[in-house]
Write a protein that binds this ligand. Structure first.
Ligand SMILES: [Zn+2]
Length: 111
């Protein structure tokens, strides 16, 4: 993904309005590109500040730390999602095999 593309996705990331594929590419880029990370941090800070005006006036938070937390959570989500996909595929294969065995047994019982 190119910087231009990534920077277009920043607001989507902050709004958590991204599909998993986008999220994965986005995170990979952000981890390795200082420029885009800074862009994200600026946008996130503004967004978080605006949200806090609504939620909790007067509270102060460390926006950089909050962003790091969110990025960590996103990364974990992607890793878990991938593990889950693999698990699901394995399970699906096992289910298909079981189904075929059941069908074969049924056919033999009928014949
Ligand atoms: Zn970049």
């Amino acid at each position: 993904m190119e910087c231009k593309e990534v920077q277009k996705l920043i607001t989507k990331y902050i709004a958590k309005d991204m599909n998993d594929k986008e999220l994965e590419h986005f995170l990979n880029h952000i981890e390795n590109c200082k420029e885009c990370y800074e862009e994200l941090e600026i946008n996130y800070t503004i967004y978080a500040a605006l949200m806090q005006l609504d939620d909790n006036p007067g509270a102060s938070y460390d926006m950089s730390a909050m962003l790091l937390e969110q990025l960590k959570a996103s990364k974990k989500y992607i890793i878990r999602k991938k593990a889950f996909e693999q698990f699901k595929n394995a399970l699906y294969t096992a289910a298909m095999v079981a189904l075929i065995i059941v069908v074969i047994i049924q056919i033999r019982l009928w014949i």
